[in-house]
Unconditional design. Structure first.
Length: 373
């Protein structure tokens, strides 16, 4: 049944139709104990947060989902996060329940993973900004590198027994952060944990105070890659070229596919190519649904215009509303961002991700000749 639904969604997205959502990014809170330079989440006005009962009702109305991403803010600031996750598990039975965290609550994170009823569905992503000095300078004393490393170590150990995976997300925020990349990767390789690299974005409507100022018609994001100002002089192209090669050696097949696609699409944008390769049709408000802490639904990460609220209006009615149709027209006119949390659903639900297959085949052939296989 899921296969048929996926194929139907893929066809609808490629032809401009409107399938029901399959991938949900749910920001469970905007509260955050970090003070990151590249994110204003901790400065934003607090929103009401759906209770576990609200979550169960909303996700039951959404029905079966393939992927649910729980993010924030910092998700583990919610004392009831386990109840929220169980409500989603019971109501929507996602194939993957993905949790992004800054790793500042090692005990709570380990307890969450140890008690979740279907651990093989779990994926954890722990965010770091570099080695201890740079990470702690950016995130603040409440979110230390030592805490995050402890969280990764606990999850890696538990995941080996229970069958879930944890990886580290290295957000390159500065030249110093970029210089830390190789040592950071080696540090976590010793635990058997992959490190994925992303470049800090200049701003987004979701996390930037400036971008959230009341705009009736938000501008479209750049079709390039608007780097955070602190990366203006950094040699990010050489870094990403190295990451493309390194990703081919990744043991996690899903991570390998996703990161290869993302990085190969990132390179031409960093070089300023006027027509960058890898331009999947955007599936925001189609296969990809974003839900804010109070149940509000924005158009996407770069357009905070709200089309409604799933605690007030049923998801089905909201999906078919004039406000949703207007949001989709904005998305259709967008030249296309390259923010990973938007790009990967786009690549999957248009099948554009299959363009990475020649890369894997070429790498396999060269590795075979070198005796690596």
């Amino acid at each position: 049944m899921r296969v048929f639904r996926f194929l139907a969604a893929l066809a609808a997205n490629r032809l401009g139709g409107v399938p029901r959502p399959s991938w949900c990014t749910y920001l469970v809170t905007m509260r955050c104990n970090a003070r990151c330079r590249m994110c204003d989440s901790w400065r934003l006005p607090r929103k009401k947060e759906m209770s576990p009962d609200d979550v169960h009702r909303v996700f039951a109305a959404l029905g079966r989902l393939e992927v649910v991403r729980l993010s924030g803010g910092e998700p583990f600031l919610r004392d009831d996060l386990s109840a929220v996750a169980r409500a989603i598990e019971e109501a929507s039975r996602p194939l993957v329940l993905h949790i992004t965290t800054n790793g500042s609550f090692p005990e709570a994170t380990e307890a969450f993973a140890a008690t979740f009823p279907r651990p093989r569905a779990l994926r954890f992503l722990v965010s770091l900004d570099g080695l201890p000095e740079e990470h702690d300078a950016n995130r603040g004393e409440a979110v230390s590198f030592a805490q995050a490393e402890d969280t990764v170590r606990r999850l890696a150990r538990l995941g080996q027994r229970q069958g879930f995976r944890v990886s580290v997300n290295h957000t390159v925020i500065s030249e110093r952060s970029l210089a830390d990349a190789a040592a950071l990767q080696a540090r976590f390789a010793a635990m058997g944990v992959e490190v994925a690299t992303v470049l800090a974005y200049a701003e987004s409507a979701t996390y930037s105070l400036g971008a959230q100022a009341g705009r009736n018609s938000p501008p479209h994001p750049s079709s390039g890659y608007p780097l955070h100002p602190e990366l203006a002089r950094a040699d990010v192209v050489t870094l990403i070229q190295g990451e493309v090669r390194r990703t081919q050696l990744t043991g996690d097949a899903l991570l390998k596919v996703g990161k290869t696609y993302y990085l190969r699409g990132l390179l031409p944008r960093l070089r300023g190519d006027p027509v960058p390769s890898f331009r999947p049709r955007c599936v925001a408000l189609r296969s990809h649904l974003r839900v804010l802490p109070d149940g509000s639904v924005p158009v996407c990460q770069f357009n905070g215009t709200l089309i409604g609220n799933v605690t007030i209006t049923s998801p089905r009615e909201l999906w078919q509303s004039p406000a949703a149709a207007a949001g989709r027209r904005w998305v259709e006119a967008c030249p296309g961002c390259w923010a990973e949390c938007e790009v990967i659903p786009n690549a999957i639900y248009t099948a554009d991700i299959l363009r990475t297959l020649p890369v894997f085949l070429a790498f396999a052939r060269s590795s075979h000749r070198l005796g690596k296989f």
